[in-house]
Design a protein around this ligand. Structure first.
Ligand code: NAP
Length: 444
């Protein structure tokens, strides 16, 4: 494999798809050495087949707003690879959504899902619809219109969507309601469902919880204890919320949260009633954090990111490329111990290079945030068995899966000098599983 040639061809074929090209390049660099030890992969063009989705659906989503006006959004579903199980990956509703972003997310999802050890292939989808400022009825009409197009192409053994940015329990409910009406079956095809109709306990918290289980293992492996450590978190969405809850349970202190307006620094820690306050605020549709500063008398940094604060652990929890080289330099200058992406591709390549160069414990999103899709996989299992497991059982399984992912990263990512390159480890472990499955299934 020649990375430059592969990337050149891919850029020529998909010009301007920067996030997607970034995600592919990261994986290629990690797996190059292993790949070249397997001439059979090259012969079967495993990489050339893996970087192109099996298929992409693009569709128009017309809906009527509360003023009676017709609105038109774009909808997508990318079925990337189903070598190890049904297509599986979330739906993102955000104005920034485009093909490049969904392809990067779908590509990453292949390896992430392989790491979970559960039988799930990779997919992603979404729309440029922005839930912010929309009424409940508008969100419902949009979700119904979106599903009217998508339902033909999903199913419990075909493709199982879930939530992501802008798609939480409410949106999943509306999407599933329309799906069920059209298919006339209760098959649990979407995960992240409400507990009353097939959802799994722990699923809402799972991505954040899993992220903290992973960080805990990283720290332990290097002789550190999470107890008493300070943590910077960005965003305050589904993922950040779960991460903050588990960090507190583990005895760590979360000192930052951020929103589109900036970030807050709370030296006493974001816990208990402060988390409840933020949840209530978000439920009103407000995702800013300045009200927190006013309510609890802490500092608010307008238009800034939390990475300038001195903390032991940094957890990007909002969106891709939200921590860049400059932020990485600030964190390293402040002796950060561990940086773990709970958002997908939270750090830019320049930031990752710096973390690895300075031997910082760096955890890539596809390993650190795999707890979300793992618990979705557990939801699929419960649906297929027509039963619900208690919270402790789901949580124990999640814990076990995250430990296992950590161990795979250690196995494939430990360098001759003892440094664990978790990014390399995660990419190689995920890739090898998918590549072997593709080899065994022939050229399809
Ligand atoms: P969420 O609840 O919608 O929260 C995401 C937050 O990030 C929102 O406050 C949003 O604010 C902000 N955001 C989104 N796009 C942005 C952009 N382009 N620039 C700046 N800010 C942006 O979503 P979530 O479920 O917590 O997801 C957060 C991250 O975790 C994402 O990277 C997602 O892919 C990843 N993840 C989620 C799960 C899951 O189970 N939900 C699983 C694995 C990974 P605005 O709306 O104001 O922009």
């Amino acid at each position: 494999m020649t990375i430059d040639k592969l990337m050149f061809d891919l850029e020529a074929r998909h010009p301007g798809e920067t996030e997607y090209l970034q995600a592919v390049k990261e994986v290629l660099i990690s797996i190059e050495e292993v790949y070249n030890q397997h001439p059979e992969f090259e012969k079967a063009k495993i990489i050339e087949r893996l970087v192109e989705p099996d298929r992409i659906f693009t569709f128009r989503v017309p809906w009527v707003d509360d003023h009676g006006e017709v609105q038109v959004n774009l909808g997508y579903r990318i079925q990337f690879n189903n070598a190890i199980g049904p297509y599986k990956g979330g739906l993102r509703f955000h104005p920034s959504v485009n093909l490049s972003i969904l392809k990067f997310l779908g590509f990453e999802q292949i390896f992430k899902n392989a790491l979970t050890t559960l039988p799930m292939g990779g997919a992603k989808g979404g729309s440029d619809f922005y839930i912010k400022g929309k009424s409940d009825a508008e969100v419902m009409r949009f979700c119904q219109a979106f599903m009217l197009e998508l339902w033909h192409n999903i199913g419990p053994n075909m493709d199982v969507p879930a939530g992501d940015i802008g798609v939480g329990a409410r949106e999943v409910g509306y999407l599933y309601g329309m799906y069920k009406k059209l298919i006339r079956e209760h098959t649990g095809t979407i995960t992240g469902k409400g507990l009353e109709y097939g959802g799994s306990l722990i699923r809402p918290e799972a991505t954040g919880y899993g992220g903290l289980y992973f960080v805990d293992r990283m720290l332990h492996t290097h002789g550190h204890d999470i107890k008493g450590k300070t943590i910077a978190i960005s965003g305050f969405g589904n993922v950040a919320w779960g991460a903050a809850l588990k960090a507190n349970q583990m005895g760590a202190k979360v000192v930052t949260l951020s929103g589109p307006d900036g970030y807050i620094y709370d030296p006493d820690g974001v816990s208990g009633e402060k988390i409840d306050y933020m949840l209530e605020l978000r439920a009103t549709g407000n995702d800013e954090v300045s009200p927190y500063a006013e309510q609890f008398g802490v500092e608010f940094f307008e238009g800034k990111r939390p990475w300038e604060q001195k903390v032991d652990i940094a957890l990007p929890c909002a969106t891709q490329n939200e921590l860049d080289r400059k932020d990485a330099l600030a964190l390293i200058g402040n002796n950060v111990l561990c940086v773990a992406e709970i958002s997908n591709m939270g750090c830019t390549p320049g930031a990752i290079d710096l973390f690895i160069e300075h031997k910082i414990l760096y955890g890539p999103g596809k390993a650190v945030n795999a707890g979300g899709v793992s618990t979705s996989g557990l939801e699929m299992t419960q649906n297929a068995m027509h039963l619900s497991w208690p919270a402790t059982e789901v949580d124990n399984r999640l814990h076990q899966i995250m430990s296992n992912i950590h161990d795979q990263c250690v196995k494939y990512g430990t360098q001759p000098d003892g440094y664990i390159n978790y990014m390399k480890g995660a990419n190689i472990a995920g890739f090898m599983k998918v590549a072997h499955a593709m080899m065994e299934q022939g050229i399809v």
